[in-house]
Design a binder for this molecule. Structure first.
Ligand code: ZN
Length: 375
């Protein structure tokens, strides 16, 4: 389909092109050339051409042709796991399904059981759906009428296939039904905890763009700054990749109470879940080679799973919720007298300690003082 184009632009050395880089919306790839990778970029284009609705023949094709050759273990939900090396401490994740608005919750269904629709049996023989993929300036886009390109998360799957081929030690988790609400990974987190006993870090390859290593999903911390900084620098020593707290969620979110460092890595897709989705192929290839080069033994693990880290605490909330305790701390532990504190409050509000006393007696907030002055 586009083989000659790919080969024409593939060179062994990447030329850094960040200065002119905008986003693939303008069809400017992150780099000039697509690096060589253990699994060819053609495999990514093949994966993108598969319309991988959950439980579809195309999703099954992806599993059979790309994951099954690595002898995965399959749990009863249908998630697939490939282990490289002895007792790895790193887990990598991607999901095999894609977003399709034509289907309820992005899945194929047949029939009904009571009020519940029942998913189709996974049937390779039927309806393998393909879509056309175009490439402009090393950026892949959807070249037919369909719901999405599916780089979310076909690119994640392709990255994992590369790491497996490069023999990077790890537990490779291919989860199902992420797009219907992390169903596969949630199932695994609840029913298959032992699988993750030795895992210290989990990296999902399911973040848009080329700049983020995710520290928070749904506002909750999922990995430490130390860990995110280390991974960011390892991916891009020039500092364009950085920790980012604006993650929504992906499969690693299902494990934040279990695994110390959970993150999501930018894989270079844009406008996911739309027909205008694009994949920066230069970034995907670059990222693969950086990930292979990481020494996973020296990546710091600093977060305690399940710990809130008190990030959402504010002093004003403590004063409101624990006024007596705060008073005791100020008076007994910090040695502040009532008059000293009243003086400080008066100074902050440009009034006298008498004003403060009057307002306390009235049970008022501070701001009505200004109203009094205005009269
Ligand atoms: Zn995704």
């Amino acid at each position: 389909m586009t083989k000659s184009m790919i080969q024409a632009t593939t060179k062994s050395n990447t030329k850094f092109n960040r200065t002119t880089y905008k986003t693939p919306m303008h069809n400017d790839p992150a780099f000039d050339d697509i690096e060589e990778t253990p699994v060819k970029i053609d495999a990514l284009l093949d994966i993108l051409s598969l319309v991988r609705v959950s439980n579809s023949a195309a999703e099954e094709y992806l599993i059979d042709h790309y994951i099954v050759p690595h002898n995965p273990e399959q749990d009863t939900y249908g998630n697939l796991f490939v282990t490289v090396g002895e007792n790895p401490s790193v887990a990598f994740t991607a999901h095999t399904d894609t977003v399709h608005s034509a289907y309820d919750f992005n899945r194929y269904y047949v029939g009904k059981k009571g009020n519940k629709k029942v998913p189709t049996p996974r049937d390779v023989a039927n309806n393998l759906e393909r879509q056309a993929i175009g490439i402009r300036n090393n950026v892949a886009y959807l070249d037919s009428e369909n719901d999405c390109l599916g780089a979310d998360d076909g690119t994640g799957v392709w990255i994992m296939l590369n790491l497996i081929k490069a023999k990077v030690p790890g537990l490779y988790c291919f989860y199902r039904d992420e797009e219907s609400g992390r169903v596969g990974s949630e199932w695994s987190a609840q029913h298959d905890k032992e699988r993750y006993a030795g895992i210290d870090m989990m990296l999902s390859f399911d973040r848009k763009g080329t700049t983020d290593v995710i520290t928070h999903q749904m506002g909750a911390r999922c990995c430490s700054e130390l860990f995110a900084e280390h991974i960011s620098k390892a991916i891009d020593p020039d500092g364009h990749v950085a920790p980012d707290d604006g993650g929504s969620f992906t499969d690693s979110f299902s494990f934040i109470d279990m695994i110390p460092e959970c993150t999501n890595i930018c894989v270079g897709y844009y406008r996911q879940h739309t027909a205008f989705e694009e994949q920066d192929l230069t970034w995907a290839a670059y990222l693969v080679n950086r990930l292979i080069a990481i020494d996973w033994n020296i990546v710091p693990v600093a977060r305690e799973p399940g710990k809130l880290n008190n990030e959402h605490l504010a002093i004003v909330d403590l004063v409101t919720e624990f006024p007596d305790d705060v008073a005791e701390i100020l008076e007994t532990h910090l040695g502040l007298t009532t008059l000293e504190l009243a003086t400080m409050i008066a100074e902050l509000n440009f009034c006298t300690t008498d004003d403060v006393e009057r307002l306390v007696e009235k049970g008022n907030q501070m701001f009505p003082i200004y109203e009094d002055w205005a009269k």
